[in-house]
Design a protein around this ligand. Structure first.
Ligand code: CUA
Length: 157
């Protein structure tokens, strides 16, 4: 196959630019100890409500200053729709959806993940000081999408 010299040059440059971009992405993630939200398991969406831990959504303490929040996303609410956590805590959210894809986003934090039906999404964060956060759905999920919110209240320890 004949490839024009200039075309070949453009292909080489493309490969180099892509390589540099991917390298920079990997490097920045390693350097900042960030990781992408990873699937932490799967449940058949119709079985979510009867499968632990999602049969009992809410906040639980799992260690000194360590909490776990079990949460279900469904059209068009978060269950529970209000959680209270003491300031100075490390919190892991375990979330899944029972119906369609929702988006888990808490502005002013690093929390940002997709919530896929039956797939357990795990994200964690440190809440250092008392303040209120709003959990939003940032994935269009139907007519009630815009009102799919929840309160995350960090209380004085
Ligand atoms: Cu749930 Cu948008």
């Amino acid at each position: 196959m004949h490839v024009d010299k200039r075309e070949k040059r453009v292909m080489q440059i493309t490969v180099i630019v892509l390589g540099v971009a991917i390298g920079a992405l990997v490097l920045s993630m390693t350097a900042s100890h960030k990781s992408l939200p990873s699937p932490a398991g799967r449940i058949r969406p119709e079985d979510v409500r009867s499968t632990a831990p999602f049969d009992n959504p809410g906040v639980r303490q799992v260690g000194d200053n360590e909490y776990e929040v079990i949460m279900i996303a469904q059209a068009w609410e978060w269950v529970p729709n209000r959680v209270e956590i003491p300031a100075g805590s490390h919190v892991t959210f375990k979330i899944t959806s029972v119906d369609v894809i929702h988006g888990f986003r808490v502005p002013d934090t690093d929390l940002n993940a997709m919530v896929i039906p039956g797939q357990i999404t795990e994200v964690d964060v440190d809440f250092d000081e008392a303040r209120d956060f709003t959990l939003l759905c940032h994935e269009y999920c139907g007519i009630g999408h815009h009102r799919m919110g929840a309160d995350i209240v960090i209380v004085e320890n």
